[in-house]
Design a protein around this ligand. Structure first.
Ligand SMILES: Cc1cc2nc3c(=O)[nH]c(=O)nc-3n(C[C@H](O)[C@H](O)[C@H](O)COP(=O)(O)O)c2cc1C
Length: 242
């Protein structure tokens, strides 16, 4: 591998500190292996129509570079996903939605790097205490499920950088190199992007979904289901129900 850009790259074994975040239903082998082939880190979602084992099999054919798998800790089949990532010798896992203590040491004993996704400082400290290798600080700009606290990415990143000693990866509203540089000035060592990667040829998302992202203005999204599981979505007829 040629020159890398941050210590995080060396931890993950990638050239660029750019992670394609897991996205249920759309982070399939085609997308994640394209990102890994380009020198970033692709992350597979365990939630796809083909299922995780097949996604991993296809990914291993499509890339020789590292790729990861996401484990939503509270999901009913998370124990099964842990068994699969260990037996398939996946080098990196992102854990989200749940207690970082549940799987971190089990995975690390197998040589797997663990990155935990957090949306507030308390959870970042808890993840560091659990021994994770890095945290993703995901601000309220993010697509999909967001933290109840609705902290913006810049505020969250800066405060988490000040409160933990492990590498911090910024997520939420990062779509280009300007955004990347802005979070690096706050102390982040990497970025995790989701929505931007949906609007790519390699993503299996429907073309209307991609078009909605590309055509989106600054006020085209809203947070729904604040009382249950808050999520940022594109404003449309469905989101009007909430
Ligand atoms: C459609 C969608 C589904 C997502 N599903 C997951 C998921 O299953 N697990 C997870 O950890 N993060 C999930 N995320 C969050 C992304 O991994 C990433 O952190 C987030 O999209 C970053 O913000 P951005 O969309 O502004 O780039 C999802 C995001 C989107 C947009």
């Amino acid at each position: 591998m040629n020159k890398t850009y941050t210590d995080l790259c060396d931890i993950l074994g990638v050239r660029y500190p750019i992670i394609q975040g897991a996205m249920a239903w759309v982070a399939t082998a085609e997308l994640s292996s394209a990102v890994s082939n380009a020198g970033g880190l692709g992350i597979l979602s365990p939630v796809t129509t083909r299922g995780l084992v097949e996604e991993i099999e296809i990914s291993k054919r499509l890339t020789k570079n590292p790729f990861g798998v996401n484990i939503p800790v509270m999901s009913p089949n998370s124990d099964e996903v842990v068994k699969i990532v260990i037996s398939e010798e996946i080098p990196i896992v992102t854990t989200s939605v749940g207690d970082p203590n549940k799987f971190t040491s089990i995975l690390q004993r197998e040589g797997i790097k663990v990155i935990h996704v957090v949306t507030n400082i308390k959870h970042a400290k808890k993840a560091e205490y659990a021994g994770v290798d890095a945290v993703v600080a995901m601000g309220t700009e993010a697509g999909g499920h967001v933290g109840r606290e609705e902290i913006t990415t810049s505020v969250l990143v800066q405060n988490i950088v000040d409160n933990v000693k492990i590498p911090v990866i910024a997520a939420g509203g990062i779509i280009n190199s300007d955004n990347l540089l802005s979070v690096f000035t706050l102390g982040a060592e990497g970025v995790q992007c989701g929505t931007r990667f949906i609007a790519t040829e390699e993503c299996i998302a429907h073309k209307n979904y991609k078009r909605a992202i590309i055509n989106a203005e600054t006020d085209s999204t809203k947070i729904i289901a604040r009382d249950i599981v808050p999520a940022r979505v594109v404003k449309n007829k469905f989101s009007e129900w909430f």
